[in-house]
Design a protein around this ligand. Structure first.
Ligand code: FPP
Length: 266
């Protein structure tokens, strides 16, 4: 379902009133975002596509600042999918340059604010400069514990699952693991997101209602929030509205609500 309108009763509220509407105890512990619509945002303004990606970084910064303020401890973003390698070389080069520039200029501030950077995906396929910067940022922020920012780069959910199966098979072959020890908990330890809770909320911008090979295993019980807003326009207020909508959802994880349980004798 696309959230075409703001949650009931929120239109006239200021941003600080929206914050006051949130219940701190039931905020998501992990939010995943598919940041879509940068190209359309740029085209609508007669700008090159990279201008949309560049503006999208400002949205990312606002969302990070909000999550730090609210104490939401994990954010995972889909910055570059495996399929994105099929884009024109000029766009890929510009995107990698943007990533490298962002990390070089922001690294100090990320660490200062307690942001730990992690990556998921086949990052070894990235250009050497971007890869070296990423590895340095991961190492320098290893001790940070306010927010884990996981960046999907050259990421695909199916490949991640296949890679996990390969590692499990290799461990079975060497005798480190027995086949009957494999269960969901063990499988998760072989995924690149190991250690993170599954996302409670997935946000996808720009009106597309698809998962697009993102976190296929991890999204099993995640609440999905699709908004027509293009990513460069998804700022603090939009993020607050998504969180309010999330808190209005009834998460049952396959169970039924106590009020729906038949009363004794019926
Ligand atoms: C999708 O929009 C967006 C991307 C493929 C890239 C997202 C990357 C950033 C916001 C910046 C880089 C990230 C970091 C961590 C610095 P699109 O190009 O598919 O938009 P369209 O569907 O309108 O064409």
């Amino acid at each position: 379902m696309i959230a075409n309108s703001a949650p009931a009763g929120t239109t006239a509220l200021s941003d600080s009133e929206l914050v006051a509407r949130l219940t701190p105890d039931t905020l998501p512990r992990h939010v995943a975002i598919i940041m879509d619509g940068n190209g359309r945002w740029a085209r609508a303004r007669g700008l090159p596509r990279i201008a949309g990606h560049s503006e999208g970084i400002k949205s990312l910064q606002e969302v990070i600042a909000l999550f730090l303020e609210l104490g939401i401890p994990a954010l995972t973003i889909y910055a570059f999918s495996q399929e994105n390698w099929n884009r024109p070389a000029t766009e890929i080069t510009a995107l990698m340059g943007l990533l490298e520039h962002y990390l070089s200029t922001e690294q100090g501030r990320l660490v200062e604010r307690g942001i730990r950077l992690r990556t998921i995906g086949r990052v070894e396929m990235l250009p050497p400069g971007a890869l070296a910067r990423l590895r340095a940022s991961e190492a320098e922020s290893r001790h940070c514990d306010k927010l884990v920012l996981t960046v999907g780069l050259s990421y695909g959910g199916r490949s991640e699952i296949v890679d996990a199966v390969r590692k499990i098979a290799a461990d079975c072959k060497t005798g480190r693991l027995q086949a009957d020890e494999i269960d969901e908990g063990l499988f998760e330890q072989y995924l690149s997101t190991t250690g993170l809770p599954d996302p409670d909320l997935l946000i996808r911008t720009s009106g597309e209602s698809r998962i697009s090979n993102f976190l296929l295993w991890q999204l099993a019980y995640t609440e999905l929030y699709f908004t027509p807003t293009l990513w460069p326009d998804f700022r603090r207020r939009e993020a607050l509205l998504a969180l309010i909508e999330f808190q209005q959802r009834d998460r049952r994880f396959g169970r039924i609500k106590p009020s729906m349980t038949p009363s004794p004798g019926r």
